[in-house]
Design a protein around this ligand. Structure first.
Ligand code: SF4
Length: 220
C-alpha cells in the first residue's frame, strides 16, 4: 500500500469468502460471533503460542510474524517448518545450514476444500519469501478436527490471484465502500448475516442512515 498501512493477512481469506463480509469487518468494524467463528477462535487460541523447537533436523516455529510491503499485508503464521535442504536458503536466525520453509495454517473442523484458506496460506508464503529472499513451493492446511493435512502448492496462478486479492482489498479500504451482498448458500453460516442483511443493497451504514432518516421524518 502506498501510504504504508498494512492490512491483516487473514482478510485475504475473508475477501475471498465474501467481499461484503471483508468490507463490513474492515471498513465498518462490524463483528458478530456464531458457532462457526467461536469454534475456529477457540481452536486457534490453543495453537497461538510462540515457540521454536528442533526435532530430527527440522525446526518448528509457531506463531511467526510475517509482513509484505509489496502486498501491503501483515499477520502471523500458525506454524512454519524449516526443513534442512542443500538447495534451500540460509536464514540468519537458524544458523549456517540451508533450509526450505513450509508454512502451515491451522483450521477448525475436518478436512475439506477451501480456496480462501489456500490463498491465505499462499499470502503467508509470499510474505516469507519477501522477508527472507527465499522460494517456498508448498505449505499445508492442518484441520484440527480430523488431524489431517492438506498440502497446497503455490503455483503461479495462486501467486497472481493472491496478489490481485491483496490489491482489491487495499482498493476497497481506500475507497471506503462496502461491496453489495452476494446472496448465496454461504450466507447461512455467516456470522454477519444479521448485520449484513443480504438482499438490502449498499452498506449496513448506508442502510442505517436511511432508517434514521425515515425515523426522523416520522417524528417531525
Ligand atoms: S450474509 Fe452473505 S453476503 Fe452478507 S456478509 Fe455474510 S456471506 Fe456476505
Amino acid at each position: 500500500m502506498e501510504d504504508g498501512r498494512l492490512i491483516p493477512l487473514s482478510y485475504i481469506s475473508q475477501y475471498c469468502f465474501c467481499k461484503r463480509r471483508a468490507g463490513l469487518l474492515l471498513i465498518e468494524r462490524q463483528w458478530n460471533e456464531n458457532e462457526y467463528t467461536a469454534a475456529g477462535r477457540l481452536e486457534h487460541e490453543k495453537v497461538h503460542i510462540q515457540n521454536t523447537e528442533r526435532r530430527q533436523g527440522t525446526v518448528f516455529m509457531s506463531d511467526m510474524q510475517v509482513t509484505s510491503r509489496k502486498l501491503g499485508l501483515s499477520g502471523k503464521c500458525d506454524m512454519v517448518e524449516a526443513h534442512p535442504d542443500p538447495c534451500g536458503t540460509v536464514f540468519p536466525f537458524l544458523g549456517e545450514e540451508k533450509y526450505i520453509l513450509f508454512p502451515i495454517e491451522y483450521k477448525h473442523g475436518g478436512l475439506r476444500s477451501n480456496a480462501e484458506y489456500e490463498l491465505q496460506l499462499c499470502a503467508q508464503a509470499l510474505c516469507l519469501e519477501e522477508m527472507y529472499g527465499c522460494r517456498i513451493e508448498k505449505g499445508a492446511l492442518f484441520y484440527i478436527g480430523s488431524h489431517r493435512r492438506k498440502e497446497v502448492t503455490f503455483t503461479d496462478e495462486y501467486r497472481e490471484l493472491t496478489a490481485k486479492t491483496a490489491e482489491s482489498l487495499s482498493k476497497m479500504l481506500e475507497e471506503g465502500r462496502v461491496p453489495a451482498a452476494e446472496t448465496a448458500a454461504k450466507c447461512g453460516r455467516c456470522s454477519l448475516n444479521d448485520i449484513c442483511m443480504p438482499g438490502v443493497s449498499g452498506s449496513a451504514g448506508e442502510y442505517m442512515d436511511k432508517v434514521y432518516a425515515s425515523f426522523k421524518e416520522v417524528q417531525e
